[in-house]
Design a protein around this ligand. Structure first.
Ligand SMILES: [Zn+2]
Length: 340
């Protein structure tokens, strides 16, 4: 089975990668094309670098206030429908005799919320391989207590990621970087497999504050070993990404850039293709209203909408999936140190 959802098969893998100082990527997906793009990207990385094994986490959030990815997964605006769609997509695509059978996937629930996501833990108990239990809105003491309880209840069902981060009041903008001793204590007292630390890249940071703190990561690593998880990675430079695996980072969560870059590239492609997409009168109207320039006329002599560019097949298969796949393949290369 290429879908790994049993802790007794995942924990030895995590140990192996920790010993090799390799960071495993965790890509979030809130629609089918992203999931396909992730699997294509993983497969391309395996072929390009001749890796004997590629392991990725594929994740979605449930009722996390920051983003409800399962709810977004279908147009039905329902976490439950999203969960079923996410699960069946992944089980179909990563099946043993399927197109991506060489990729090992750990299905993951990201930012699992105490209370709010209880149903998702229950419903997904044989599906999720990894669950992040997010008590970061609580004090560290309460967080450790709650997370410890969660671990005792679910450790035979999921690999568990805790979050030593604490959202603080306005003033420092929620940017309280993780104190190394706190991370050690959190691991000891809760028994989690992995721990999210705040190294300056957290989602809550504003763009100007974002700076990855390799020095703090290393201090924590010395106390904990390769057990750290980094969220908010989309903003990191390639050099920062390269250093993660040497700084004790075992898992790297990636999502925003998969959507934003893909959408932006798609808009540019569609604009360039506009003569194949819109009829002449619509284009002329846009030029008249100054939404488009005269160059559009020069570049698109024919104005002949064609079905080729007007269906989801084009947007998905030509633009969106390859865009996600390219980024995923690059992330895997950098994080595993096989990037050329
Ligand atoms: Zn996150």
């Amino acid at each position: 089975m290429m879908i790994l959802n049993r802790p007794d098969e995942i924990r030895p893998l995590l140990k192996k990668y920790a010993e090799r100082q390799i960071a495993l990527p965790c890509f979030c997906a809130e629609n089918t094309f992203t999931m396909e793009g992730i699997l294509f990207g993983a497969q391309n990385a395996a072929e390009r670098s001749m890796l004997d094994e590629v392991v990725v986490y594929i994740a979605a959030t449930g009722n996390y206030h920051g983003r409800q990815q399962l709810k977004n997964y279908t147009s039905l605006n329902s976490t439950e429908e999203g969960f079923y769609a996410f699960r069946s997509d992944l089980e179909r695509l990563a099946r043993n005799d399927g197109p991506f059978a060489d990729i090992k996937v750990i299905p993951s629930l990201d930012h699992g919320q105490p209370g709010l996501d209880d149903e998702l833990f229950q419903k997904g108990k044989d599906f999720w391989g990894c669950v992040m239990y997010d008590c970061s809105t609580m004090s560290l003491d309460k967080n450790r207590m709650m997370t410890g309880e969660f671990v005792r209840r679910w450790r035979d069902q999921f690999v568990i990621e805790g979050c030593v981060d604490e959202i603080t009041e306005a003033g420092d903008g929620g940017m309280k970087l993780t104190v190394p001793a706190d991370a050690r204590k959190f691991l000891d007292e809760t028994g989690v497999d992995l721990v999210v630390v705040n190294l300056g890249t957290e989602h809550r940071a504003t763009a100007a504050q974002l700076r990855y703190r390799s020095d703090i990561a290393k201090d924590i690593y010395n106390l904990t070993g390769q057990k750290l998880v980094l969220h908010g990675t989309s903003s990191l430079s390639k050099d920062d990404l390269k250093s993660l695996r040497h700084d004790g980072i075992a898992k790297v969560n990636i999502w925003t850039v998969l959507e934003t870059k893909t959408s932006q590239d798609m808009i540019v492609s569609l604009l360039r293709q506009i003569g194949d997409i819109l009829p002449a009168d619509r284009i002329e109207e846009l030029i008249k209203d100054d939404w488009l320039g005269e160059n559009v006329v020069k570049a698109n002599r024919k104005y002949k909408p064609t079905l080729t560019y007007l269906t989801e097949v084009y947007r998905r298969t030509e633009l969106k999936v390859p865009s996600v796949a390219r980024m995923v393949s690059e992330f895997i290369g950098v994080l595993s140190g096989t990037d050329l």
